[in-house]
Design a protein around this ligand. Structure first.
Ligand SMILES: [Mg+2]
Length: 233
């Protein structure tokens, strides 16, 4: 690990600043309650099947094989089919899920205070893999429009992290040398490997540091106070 000395700091959004996993889990619990067809099916089962199917679809989306409309449709259609419940409900389930999911967005513990303290001392930005419509709603709701100088969303760039194009584009936007940009993120591949391959400094937010990402990262932290101390001391 080496000392952080950035001139610009980009943050990942989902599961770094905002708790996507918790909101997803709560949204699925609401879907489970909403539809009578799930009365004989455990919530854990629904969550497991959904995660498995959603992950595969995101990989297909990342390879450019399907678009977001197909991803949104198939993740509930295939989940319902695999669980043996009425798959005709999938369209309604997708809408119901998005409404519930939005109601459960929250900051990750400690992230808000650290983000605002850092944003007072450094120019900051956001880079996120996700759908523009959803990510812009988060950005507006949590005040990132007022604090982030650059906001980069994969759907608008046309590739997802860790594709070098999204990091090169983000480097060009800020006009500082790549080695002076710090990326703060939770994904060992999208954020740590992607950021290091781009020549950036990387701070990895994780409670489970494993190689090779733990060796690549300039800072590994699981408490936002540690990031704050590394940058403001
Ligand atoms: Mg993330």
């Amino acid at each position: 690990m080496s000392e952080l000395n950035p001139q610009f700091i980009y943050f990942d959004l989902d599961d770094t600043l905002l708790d996507h996993k918790k909101a997803e889990q709560a949204g699925l619990a609401d879907v489970h309650q909403h539809f009578d067809v799930f009365s004989d099916i455990d919530l854990d089962k629904l969550v497991d099947v959904y995660h498995h199917i959603n992950k595969g679809l995101w990989e297909e989306y990342g390879r450019g094989e399907i678009d977001r409309h197909i991803l949104h449709r198939r993740r509930f259609e295939e989940t319902f089919l695999e669980l043996g419940v009425d798959a005709a409900l999938y369209e309604e389930a997708g809408k119901v899920y998005m409404n519930y999911y939005r109601n459960h967005w929250e900051w990750v513990d400690g992230a808000k205070e650290t983000y605002y303290a850092i944003a007072e001392k450094y120019p900051v930005g956001i880079i996120t893999n996700g759908f523009a419509e959803t990510q812009w709603l988060k950005i507006e709701q949590f005040g990132f429009k007022e604090t982030a100088r650059q906001i980069v969303i994969s759907e608008e760039v046309g590739v997802m992290k860790p594709h070098p194009k999204i990091f090169d584009h983000s480097t060009e936007l800020v006009g500082v040398d790549r080695e002076n940009i710090l990326y703060v993120g939770d994904s060992p591949t999208s954020d740590v490997k992607g950021g290091k391959d781009a020549g950036w400094q990387v701070a990895w937010y994780t409670s489970n540091p494993v190689e090779p990402a733990s060796e690549l990262a300039d800072l590994v932290f699981d408490d936002f106070d540690d990031l704050l101390n590394a940058l403001l001391n």
